[in-house]
Ligand binder design. Structure first.
Ligand code: FEO
Ligand code: CA
Ligand code: CA
Length: 640
């Protein structure tokens, strides 16, 4: 059902709270100056505007007015390098295959290295990451290794997969945890770090929460349904105030297949994209755990958020079923003013949904044994957005996904809370959640008044019955993406009612003189991009936006260049380009030192599909996913 014009769910909205949001939105709009009086985003501004007026507007937009943003924006780039503003420096911290231990072999670019080497090295395709400071010059980094590019992992490029090749790929997935040290001039990996650890697709993990032990989680190897091996396709992340790392399992469906051609994938697995064919990774050929015909429940044990203690290399990672099973992007965790833990969660697939978890118990400062159980129990909600026709703002409601409520009953196929959580997507459909344009990262503003989610793109919008055009998903065949922003009632993130608008609509204002394809008014020829994905705030409220889009630099995407990172000021609406990535790479993963003077950024899959990158080493070297370090020559705060 999804997008819905009805306002009936919002009848309980308090008028006073409503006008508070209106005041806040109006303030943001009026500070944009040139956008004053044009509504939340001033979309109407481009419509009917002359080309001269547009270029004047673009020129105005290009100059930095924000008091938060102090760098000189960089132009779009197609160079095979990371480009940062004048006065900034970029260095490499770690690349796929680099040793993580004293006894680990160096990276072997031949593609012939065995699984045992990869088990001791940094995994592939760096993604979400967090920093855990130990002192001013030492910290632990936890970094997701989302997936691997078979065209570079193997000398045969995936054409002749052996059992050791499967294990090698499994060892290239998961999470890399390692200590880094600073000598005052820069950060480097300490291979002797006592906390260094590789978590792979085979690391034993505990299943916790309402679904633990459910029939649907039991397998021949784990008849109790409480212990699972490994995590894979770890996309983005989260970090808790009690010192743990959250890694989020995204496209887990790609790793399963069936060696029995007669195996029929059940409908509830099809909803998650599970197929009996397994052409890319081919794990099911050599590891029966991934053979659906032998282990039909194994996929139910993946698609969760996993909590990891990076300070104890012997600790067992915990899969948190209370946060639902879907293709998790990140876990944007905050402590609400009520003391409850609120976690916002996107499900990255066309027409899937945006979720919120609220812990049952409250956070207690300095009581980590208590806090480490907070993600075991709570309430999961899914978002329903409402708007009048053509409006780019409106109201919304978080709908509870609790067994016995909102039609989540045996008549509709749900027999327990465990089933609601294991089949979260089906539950969201049952309650009429809004189908979204691929929810990627969520970020909560440090003032806790607003949260933002990147809706990266959606070629199915307007093409499938359950994905109507409208509300926060306003464009058919959405090529460029947008960022939705919401504000809970009373600033209380445990409330079910919220107001929303669009912070930006990406577009191409050089190709389209008006309308939604030109993008919102804060998009101009100097900052245009497509497919916002990674998202994060620094403590001052700068919104860092990373892209994972089309890098063809032609046709619909002409002038946008490679994937990039932008910096936004949510108060003024301004967006400026801060960094451009190398050829055929995605920019994803972001963390800072506590003083915000050092930024770590992930450069994922440079040269994917043999597209000719040699990042980071240049020459004729094999391209490698890399975490880069960005500092200012004058030692100042990044972005300021
Ligand atoms: Fe792993 Fe949705 O990106
Ligand atoms: Ca992503
Ligand atoms: Ca993406």
């Amino acid at each position: 059902m999804g997008y819905d014009n009805s306002h009936d769910l919002c009848s309980n909205l308090n008028q006073e709270q409503d006008s508070e949001f209106t005041r806040m939105t109006d303030k943001a709009v009026s500070r944009r100056g040139f956008m004053a009086g044009m509504g939340a985003l001033g979309i109407g501004a481009f419509i009917g505007m002359s080309p001269i007026a547009q270029s004047v507007q673009a020129a105005m937009s290009a100059s930095v007015k924000s008091k938060l943003i102090g760098f000189k924006p960089v132009p779009a780039s197609t160079a095979d390098s990371v480009v940062v503003p004048e006065g900034y420096k970029v260095t490499n911290l770690i690349s796929w295959g680099d040793p993580l231990f004293d006894n680990a072999p160096e990276f072997d670019p031949s593609g012939k290295a065995p699984a045992a080497s990869q088990a001791l090295q940094f995994g592939d395709n760096t993604d979400g990451m967090s920093l855990f400071p130990l002192s001013n010059d030492r910290a632990v980094m936890a970094v997701n290794n989302e997936y691997t590019n078979v065209e570079y992992l193997y000398d045969h490029q995936g054409k002749a997969i052996t059992a050791d090749d499967v294990l090698k790929a499994q060892n290239a997935h998961g999470v890399s945890i390692f200590e880094i040290t600073s000598n005052g001039k820069g950060w480097s990996v300490d291979r002797a770090g006592k906390l260094n650890r590789r978590i792979t697709a085979n690391t034993p993990m505990q299943i916790t929460g309402p679904a633990a032990g459910d029939e649907l989680l039991k397998t021949a190897a784990d008849p109790s349904g409480v212990e699972v091996l490994g995590t894979f396709n770890n996309c983005a992340n989260g970090q808790t105030p009690w010192g743990t790392y959250l890694t989020c399992e995204e496209n887990f469906h790609k790793y399963f297949g069936s060696n029995d051609d007669a195996y029929a994938v059940p409908a509830e697995q099809q909803r998650y994209g599970i197929k009996s064919a397994d052409k890319t990774y081919q794990w099911s050929k050599h590891d029966e755990r991934f053979d659906l015909s032998q282990n039909p429940n194994e996929p139910n044990r993946h698609g969760w958020v996993v909590e990891i203690d990076p300070m104890d290399p012997t600790s067992k990672p915990q899969k948190r079923t209370a946060l639902g099973r879907f293709k998790h992007e990140n876990a944007a965790l905050m402590i609400d003013s009520s003391g409850h833990v609120v976690v916002y969660l996107g499900d990255d697939e066309r027409g899937e949904h945006l979720y919120k978890f609220v812990s049952k118990d409250k956070y207690i400062a300095n009581n980590n044994p208590h806090n480490r159980r907070l993600l075991e129990e709570g309430t999961l909600y899914v978002a329903k957005f409402m708007a009048a026709d053509g409006e780019l703002k409106g109201k919304g409601q978080w709908i509870e996904l609790t067994f016995g409520k909102n039609g989540l009953t045996p008549e509709n196929g749900f027999n327990s809370q465990a089933e609601v959580l294991i089949h979260t997507r089906l539950a969201a459909t049952q309650v009429g959640a809004t189908t979204m344009d691929r929810p990627e990262w969520v970020a909560v503003h440090p003032n806790k008044q607003t949260a933002f989610c990147t809706l990266t793109n959606n070629k199915n919008r307007g093409k499938k019955d359950n994905q109507p055009v409208g509300g926060p998903n306003p464009r058919e065949d959405n090529k460029y993406g947008q960022i939705v922003r919401w504000s809970p009632m009373n600033g209380d993130h445990t409330q079910s009612a919220f107001n929303w608008d669009l912070y930006l609509i990406a577009g191409n204002p050089t190709l389209h003189s008006s309308g939604l394809l030109a993008g919102s008014n804060n998009i101009n020829p100097d900052n245009m991009f497509n497919s916002p994905d990674g998202l994060g705030f620094d403590e001052s409220g700068r919104l860092w936006i990373m892209t994972d889009g089309k890098y063809s630099n032609k046709d619909d995407f002409a002038g946008m260049g490679n994937n990039q990172m932008l910096c936004g000021d949510p108060e003024t609406g301004e967006v400026h380009r801060f960094l451009t990535g190398p050829v055929a790479a995605e920019v994803t993963g972001l963390t800072f030192t506590p003083d915000y003077k050092t930024m770590f950024v992930g450069i994922q899959h440079p040269g994917e599909k043999l597209k000719g990158s040699h990042f980071p080493e240049g020459g004729m070297s094999k391209p490698r996913s890399t975490v880069v370090v960005i500092t200012r020559d004058d030692g100042g705060v990044i972005g300021a």
